[in-house]
Design a protein around this ligand. Sequence first.
Ligand SMILES: Nc1ncnc2c1ncn2[C@@H]1O[C@H](COP(=O)(O)OP(=O)(O)OP(=O)(O)O)[C@@H](O)[C@H]1O
Ligand SMILES: [Mg+2]
Length: 348
Amino acid sequence: MTPELIRDALRQVRYPGFSRDIVSFGLVKEITCDPGQTTVAIEVQTRDPKIPEQIFHDCHAILDTLPDVGAVKVDIRIKDAPAAAAGAGSVGKSSIPGVKHIIAVASGKGGVGKSTVASNLAVALAATGDRVGLCDCDLYGPSMAKMFGISERPMANDQDEIIPLEACGVKLMSMGFLLEDSSPVIVRGPMATRYTQQFLRQVAWGELDYLILDLPPGTGDIQLTIVQTVSVDGAVIVTTPQEVALIDARKAVSMFAKVNVPILGLIENMAWFECDAGKRYHLFGDGGGVREAQALNLPLLGRIPIDIATREGGDAGRPVALLPPDLNKVSAAFHELAAGIRAAVPNG
Ligand SMILES: Nc1ncnc2c1ncn2[C@@H]1O[C@H](COP(=O)(O)OP(=O)(O)OP(=O)(O)O)[C@@H](O)[C@H]1O
Ligand SMILES: [Mg+2]
C-alpha cells in the first residue's frame, strides 16, 4: 500500500453537505503507510461534532475495505472554528469585529442573479440607514466593479488592511478592484481559500449592520472557506423558476443546512416578463420558486421579474434599488426583500 493509493481512495469521501471530496478541499494533511498500519491525518475546522464524526466514519468505510492496509488509524484534528458555524445557538454573533450580521447570497446554478440581488439588497438596506458592506466573494467572475461603476483601486491602511471602496452608500470589496480589465482570474484551491479569508478578515469593514456576501455559484472552496472563517447569520438562495435552477438551489439549501447556516429564504428571480400592455410572460416557467419554497418549508423572500431597468442599472453601475420604490416596482421588490431580511435576522 502507498500513500498515493490511500489518497486516491479518500477522494470518495465527501465533506458533509458538499459534493467535493476531502482530498480536493485540502483537508488530508498526512498519510503514512507502515507495515501493518496505515495512518491518515485529516484537519477539519468546525465546532459541529457531527462533521468530524461523519468524515471519520466515511474514511473508515472506504479504507477498511482496501487490501494491505493493516490497522487503519484515522486521526481527525479539529481546528477551532468561528462561533456561528457551530449552530443555531450562536446565530446573531459575528466573528468580524464591528460587523453585526453577515448574510450570504448564494445559488446552486450560475447566472440566476445572485450579484444582481446582492447589490440591490445592499443598496436597499443602506437606503434606510443601515451601515452596509458588500463583499464580492466570486473570485472567478467578480461583478461588483461593474455593478457599482468602480474603476479605482482600494488603498491599504497602516494596519495593512484593505480600505473598502464606497458607492451608493455601500462599502465594497471585490477581486475586480484588484485586477486589470482583461486579466484572467485563475484562483483555485488554497489560493481561493487565502483570498476569501483576506477579503473577510483583512478588509477594514469598520462598523456595519450588514455585511452581504455575494457568492459564486455552487458549493466549492469559497463556500467552505466562508462557513469555516466567519459566522454567517443566514443565507439567501436565489433561483429562477426553471427546474434546472431549482434542482441546484436544493443542493445549495442542503449544503448550508449541513453546515448549520440558517436559510433565510428563497428569492425567485426572472420570475416573469411584463410587456407594455401588462401581460405577463413566464419565460422560465410559472411559480417554480413559490412551489419550491413551499416544498422546502422556507419563506419566499421575493419575486423579481425580468426587467430591462434592472439589467441596465447593473451594467451602468446604478442598481435599480436606488430608484424610489414608489415609482419603480422592481426597486420596491428589493426594498421589500431588505425588510424581509431585517425581519428574518435576529436583532436585525
Ligand atoms: N431580474 C432581472 N432582470 C433582468 N436582468 C437580470 C435580472 N437578474 C439578473 N439579470 C441579468 O442577468 C445576468 C446575470 O445576473 P447576475 O450576474 O446577477 O447573476 P449571478 O447569479 O451573480 O451570476 P454568476 O453565477 O455568474 O455569479 C446579468 O447580466 C444581470 O444583469
Ligand atoms: Mg455573480
